[in-house]
Design a protein around this ligand. Structure first.
Ligand code: ATP
Ligand code: MG
Length: 643
């Protein structure tokens, strides 16, 4: 069955139009993947502006990733045929919007935010000082859940973090005058709760629209309530079957709270416009296995039938990655440089791809960031342009951390944690000596000149003189060019000055920097990257025509004509962590999110015991195939390119 064209505005179907044109103030659109929820939200904004005389500056739209925010902005730009209208709206993630509000409130006083690594370093010290035997990472998780109000809400989550650790951590941050990620949201919520706060900002929340509502947590729900305020205009969309952030304290029961507290009305959508009927059927089988209870959102395919979902079996992760690379080259009609014979043989079994694809039509998804590495290797060898989106492990690398600390401190000399990290990294004096320098610095004027004076006045052992001089030189060199030069040039020269060339993580940092025009935007994006969308480019020239590699979490809300999901193995999907229980429901929903990104072709890859979720898909819905014959694999292994 094909979609029946309607005569409704914006090409919407009846249900979508009902939501877009609803006279109600609090409206929830609850529907499955690919049913046009985001489209409906975009059209609602257009409708408010065109038909109801709402000014674009009165619109605030919240999503969960920067990528989704960009996507929403570009859909609006297309809709209005100009950039101006969307530019007047506030569109962003909870974190970016809160940061914007805080900056407005604080005026010239810079806000200093510490990243996860600095937070971990602080906790490590506290745990040591209190002589406790808990892992700093677990402690940070517990603290985060506490701050997000996840533990106050009755949703069965618990933490064993001693109150002393929590308190010491909070007071340490206060002492340094810094905030962590969670504080960004907490601070805004608290200040909105104080009566006179909000002030001038209140007008901008006349119309609040929230995408991916299933992923909000207690504090975000609190923000939504405050931001909606008296206007009462709240439009939320979401899909309980795609809730994948339970570990961060989100809970789809907030839908019920919304209905109750806002007397919201509900609209359901059921036509899926994204995927072929084969993809929908397989995904539905996963999310609604026979044994499970009621269906929340049913999906009807409008696009009709296409090719079957493929389950490709390999011997190991390595063969799996080679297969993906070769298959991508086949799809885009590229030439296989490695082994044309084998490729030709494998072609015989399969009909040639019906249409030619571009690299940008293809996404390769996986459960954990770690899986990207082997894929990257194979893509580089096969000459496939790619971008890896997602929270980047490279930020944990020492030289990267030192670079980021240095420039963060230069941009904001009030950032004491970054200064301490620099002193440590540059090995300027002993730990005690560093703390003394820090004390003097905090007591005096907090700027670069003052720091240079202190460093010059501090009597240092001869062995440390070079280090200190070196540090002063760097401060003097980079401060004046910080706002003048492009981030790419700055990082390039920093790499040279510090002899960091050839280090892979620094290359990645450089590639990320050239995508920005300003140092502060670059650093901020790195910081908010944990919201899952820093993009790093594999090829030297950043090309928009590239395959996307990302986790299933990061892929939420996006769609691709061709979607590969790697590592569909037991233990990976669902992911078995040694120290925590598996939330089977959430893992199942995550796999469902991954599968439903595909428009035309879905290819699942397994190299061990297949994921138990595969068993829920009926045999006849899948084509099972081997990636390579054993002999072919032997040939690849011998190839020196992959040595
Ligand atoms: P997800 O839950 O994955 O975020 P969604 O419900 O937000 O999905 P959209 O991304 O808005 O879905 O839409 C999926 C695809 O269907 C898009 O390509 C969109 O343009 C298309 N689409 C949505 N509604 C219609 C419609 N009425 N007619 C034709 N195409 C539509
Ligand atoms: Mg969407």
């Amino acid at each position: 069955m094909n979609a029946i064209p309607t005569n409704l505005p914006y090409g919407l179907n009846e249900e979508q139009w009902q939501a877009v044109s609803s006279p109600g103030q609090a409206i929830a659109v609850i529907a499955g993947p690919g049913t046009g929820k985001t489209k409906t939200l975009v059209c609602r904004i257009a409708y408010l502006i065109k038909e109801c005389g709402v000014h674009p500056s009165q619109i605030t739209a919240v999503t969960f990733t920067n990528k989704a925010a960009q996507e929403m902005r570009s859909r609006l730009e297309q809709h209005f045929g100009n950039k101006r209208t969307a530019a007047a709206m506030t569109i962003g993630t909870f974190h970016s919007i809160c940061l914007q509000i805080l900056s407005q409130w604080n005026g010239k006083n810079k806000i200093t935010i510490i990243d996860e690594y600095n937070a971990l370093a602080i906790i490590e010290e506290i745990v040591k000082r209190l002589n406790l035997k808990i892992s700093p990472r677990d402690a940070l998780k517990g603290i985060s859940l506490l701050k997000n109000g996840a533990l106050a809400a009755d949703n069965g989550k618990k933490t064993d973090i001693p109150a002393a650790v929590y308190e010491a951590y909070c007071s340490q941050l206060k002492g340094y005058g810094v905030m962590d990620y969670d504080d960004i949201l907490l601070e805004v919520l608290q200040r909105f709760e104080e009566e006179n706060a909000g002030g001038s900002h209140k007008n901008s929340f006349a119309y609040l629209l929230v995408d991916e509502f299933q992923d909000i947590n207690e504090i975000q729900y609190g923000l939504i309530k405050k931001w909606t305020g008296k206007s009462g205009n709240l439009f939320i969309i979401g899909d309980p079957d795609q809730a994948i952030y339970g570990f961060r304290g989100s809970d789809f029961r907030y839908f019920d709270r919304f209905i109750e507290e806002f007397q919201g009305s509900q609209v359901r959508l059921s036509q899926n416009y994204r995927s072929t009927s084969e993809i929908i059927a397989s995904a539905q089988a996963v999310i609604f296995p026979q044994a499970a209870g009621e269906r929340t959102c049913s999906l009807k395919a409008t696009r009709g039938s296409g090719s079957k979902v493929r389950l490709v079996e390999s011997n190991d992760e390595f063969s799996e990655a080679i297969f993906v690379a070769k298959e991508i080259n086949r799809m885009v009609g590229g030439i296989d440089m490695l082994d044309t014979q084998t490729l030709a043989a494998s072609h015989k079994k399969r009909p040639a791809a019906k249409q030619t694809r571009g690299f940008a039509d293809i996404a390769v998804l996986y459960r954990t960031n770690r899986q990207a590495e082997i894929l990257e290797q194979c893509f580089l060898k096969e000459g496939i342009p790619y971008v890896v989106a997602g929270r980047d492990e490279f930020l944990a690398d020492k030289p990267v951390r030192e670079t980021v600390s240095f420039f963060r401190f230069l941009l904001n000399p009030g950032d004491i944690t970054s200064l301490l990290a620099c002193l440590k990294a540059k090995n300027v004096t002993s730990t005690d000596g560093n703390l003394k320098i820090l004390d003097r610095y905090v007591a005096g004027k907090k700027d670069i000149t003052a720091l240079v004076n202190i460093l010059e006045e501090t009597s240092l052992p001869v062995s440390k003189l070079d280090a200190s001089e070196d540090f002063i030189k760097l401060l003097r060199k980079y401060q004046p060019i910080l706002h003048k030069e492009k981030p790419g040039n700055i990082i390039d020269s920093w790499i040279c000055d510090n002899h960091l060339s050839g280090i892979k993580s620094m290359d990645l940092l450089f590639h990320t920097s050239v995508m920005h025009n300003e140092m502060s935007a670059f650093l901020q994006n790195l910081l908010l990257g944990r919201e899952s969308d820093i993009v790093r480019s594999g090829s030297k020239d950043y090309s928009p025509e590239a395959v996307t590699l990302m986790t299933m979490h990061a892929a939420k809300g996006l769609e691709f004509p061709v979607t590969f999901i790697c590592g569909v193995n037991d233990g990976m999907i669902p992911l078995r962590n040694s120290n925590s229980d598996i939330d089977m429901g959430e893992e199942r929903r995550l796999f469902y999110v991954g599968m439903t990104r595909a428009r035309d072709e879905l290819i699942l890859l397994t190299s061990r015991t297949p994921s138990p979720f595969i068993a829920d898909i009926a045999q006849e819905q899948l084509i099972t195939e081997k990636a390579f014959k054993p002999k072919q694999m032997f040939q690849y292994k011998q190839d020196s390119l992959f040595a």
